[in-house]
Write a protein that binds this ligand. Structure first.
Ligand code: SF4
Ligand code: SF4
Length: 247
């Protein structure tokens, strides 16, 4: 970055399509499943009334859903992410996207940030160094490409519009333990058929168990004590159906 101008030209290396989870809108998640892909569901919880969050979490607050946990009300975000932990199933052997015209919004936006409170930092991206040295201006003090700006706005709006439906899908599937935001991740490797069915039920407006008491999993003793004191129900099981990953 020079004079706050970031230049970038994608070289098509395909690195951003490998060894990662690809956040999806609800519709994109359905399309991903319909193509035979698998989805990981990441559940995050927080409570801004008791635990203030840094400013850059403001985007998260807008895409969260209020739920009951024990004697408390907390906010939960369900992130549906395409499983590309080896590589994206739509990535061809030539490293080209085989669904390029239909690829998810986040694939169109990368390496830009969706969170309006984050600035793109080349050193945090998987793109090789040379792609940042020339080419079109990606951004300066604002995003200069109106198409990219529109895609980012649509992605943010979808995060907000899909929030409740995604949380309902999780409740319908019994995925109701979230990790505390900033402390850990709770990741469910969702069964494809069950997830497709749950999304269909929620889409159709069929009643799903919305009165679930959510639980929170943390690995920090002080945080555990604070959440317990606030009445939040904690998950204490040794064996769980989700992957718990401390940050
Ligand atoms: S959908 Fe296409 S662009 Fe997106 S991760 Fe898969 S191969 Fe890459
Ligand atoms: S890692 Fe960067 S340069 Fe490589 S394909 Fe993805 S966006 Fe393009």
């Amino acid at each position: 970055m020079k004079n706050n101008v970031t230049r970038f030209t994608c070289n098509g290396c395909g690195t951003c399509c490998k060894e990662r989870l690809i956040p999806l809108t609800l519709q994109e998640a359905e399309e991903w499943l319909n193509r035979g892909g698998n989805i990981a569901v990441i559940l995050e919880a927080f409570d801004t009334s008791v635990f203030p969050l840094p400013e850059h979490y403001a985007h998260s607050v807008q895409r969260a859903v209020a739920v009951v946990s024990g004697d408390a009300r907390i906010q939960v975000i369900a992130i549906f992410a395409g499983n590309a932990l080896t590589q994206c199933p739509s990535l061809g052997e030539d490293n080209h996207c085989r669904i390029y015209e239909d690829r998810p919004l986040v694939c169109r936006i990368y390496p830009m940030e969706i969170n309006p409170f984050l600035t793109v930092r080349p050193e945090e991206k998987v793109c090789p160094p040379e792609v940042w040295e020339a080419g079109e201006v990606l951004c300066s003090d604002r995003i200069v490409d109106p198409v990219l700006e529109d895609q980012i706005q649509r992605s943010r709006q979808a995060d907000r519009d899909d929030a409740k439906a995604k949380v309902l899908v999780c409740a319908a599937m019994g995925m109701s333990v979230a990790a505390w935001k900033g402390n850990a991740l709770a990741v469910y490797l969702a069964d494809r058929a069950q997830l497709r069915q749950a999304i269909s039920l929620v889409r159709a407006g069929v009643d799903v168990p919305a009165n679930v008491s959510w639980k929170v999993r943390v690995d920090d003793a002080d945080l555990h004590t604070r959440l317990h004191g606030a009445g939040v129900e904690l998950d204490l099981r040794a064996q769980t159906e989700y992957i718990f990953h401390s940050i």
